[in-house]
Design a protein around this ligand. Structure first.
Ligand code: FAD
Length: 308
């Protein structure tokens, strides 16, 4: 059989967009998985972690629930990741519904286990409740970041909301809050997901105008199920651009095509971000490991076993 002739990379025309990123390991990725809740979902997280581990993410994180049984499961998974994998953990930690002493005890335990990165958040209250600081707890995310920094030299990531947090009066208010978190020790921000890159670019410009210099890592939520994601987006006050809707809707009963479309759409979004200087993206995986793997493959990332 004739060998297939491959073009020399130098022959690739400059108008073939994105080629310079691919195959060079040009993007860093981190992965987030939902807090388990049940034994079945814990198994699913574990399968997803193993599937994505070969892509060598900078870190993996498990969301941190408001209920104590969810918290216990999150702690157990983090310990297991550290024991059984080569993965670096960015442990999510919130201050909602906990005393300061409880949060500090968990943070100390994490440090002893070898956790060096924390994603520090105020946290969502229990369903149907609005946020109230625990009388003996950290008042908010700024106080939490300061408290964690005082405990140990963690690398601390915090949230950022390109379309503003639903409770926030303005984007400016959110940016001031982000700046306050940086002033007490946050070194990275990870954004809420968004579907319109212009929203992110505008936010990044406004952050820069405020003197915010830390990396702002875009959060990516692949649209694996338009109906469900549209509902999430509605509650999170995240806009879905009109031009995107015809691309992703109308596949309710066709999960296979949905997966292909979700991969193509997310890869397109990330390639555009990369063209605008983004070097790291954070995936809200929701355990759709095959989908995230496919997207990463399209970005040029290769697992150890890329022959599958
Ligand atoms: P905050 O920084 O607390 O800001 C939220 C709003 O609170 C602000 O807009 C402002 O209106 C108000 N506020 C806070 N502090 C002050 C202050 N000092 N002065 C005035 N106003 C203030 N939730 C979980 O429960 N578990 C998780 O694991 C989790 N992981 C997440 C990961 C990422 C990357 C992101 C982006 C979000 C995550 N969330 C998680 C969601 C987050 O907890 C919620 O959005 C929560 O409602 C806000 O917490 P925060 O730390 O993101 O925002």
């Amino acid at each position: 059989m004739q060998p297939i002739e491959m073009p020399d990379r130098r022959d690739v025309q400059p108008n073939q967009r994105h080629h310079r990123f691919l195959g060079d390991g040009g993007i860093k990725v981190s992965f987030e998985f939902p807090a388990p809740g049940t034994a079945r979902s814990e198994k699913r997280i574990w399968q997803s972690l193993k599937r994505l581990e070969p892509l060598k993410p900078t870190s993996v994180g498990i969301t941190y629930g408001a209920e104590s049984f969810e918290r216990e499961q999150t702690h157990a998974i983090i310990a297991r990741i550290l024991n059984e994998t080569e993965l670096d953990v960015a442990a999510h930690l919130t201050c909602v519904a906990a005393t300061r002493a409880e949060v500090d005890t968990i943070a100390r335990k994490y440090w002893q286990l070898g956790v060096r990165r924390i994603v520090a958040l105020r946290g969502n209250p229990r369903q149907g409740e609005s946020y109230q600081a625990h009388p003996a707890g950290y008042a908010n995310s700024v106080a939490l970041v300061g408290g964690l920094r005082a405990l140990a030299p963690f690398e601390i990531a915090v949230s950022a909301y390109p379309e503003k947090h639903p409770e926030s009066p303005t984007i400016d208010h959110d940016l001031d809050l982000l700046k306050a978190k940086i002033d007490v020790g946050a070194t990275t921000a990870i954004t809420q997901y968004f579907f319109d890159n212009d929203v992110f670019f505008r936010f990044r410009d406004r952050a820069s105008a405020k003197g915010i210099k830390i990396p702002i890592i875009p959060g990516i939520l692949p649209i694996y199920n338009f109906r469900q994601i549209a509902r999430f987006a509605f509650y999170a006050h995240v806009s879905i651009p009109r031009w995107l809707i015809p691309q992703v809707e109308g596949l309710n009963n066709d999960s296979e095509t949905r997966g292909i479309v979700a991969a193509a759409t997310a890869a397109q979004q990330i390639l555009d971000l990369m063209e605008h200087g983004v070097q790291h993206v954070h995936f809200y995986t929701f355990n759709h490991a095959d989908l995230v793997y496919a997207i990463c493959h399209m970005l040029g990332l290769r697992g150890i076993d890329s022959s599958r």
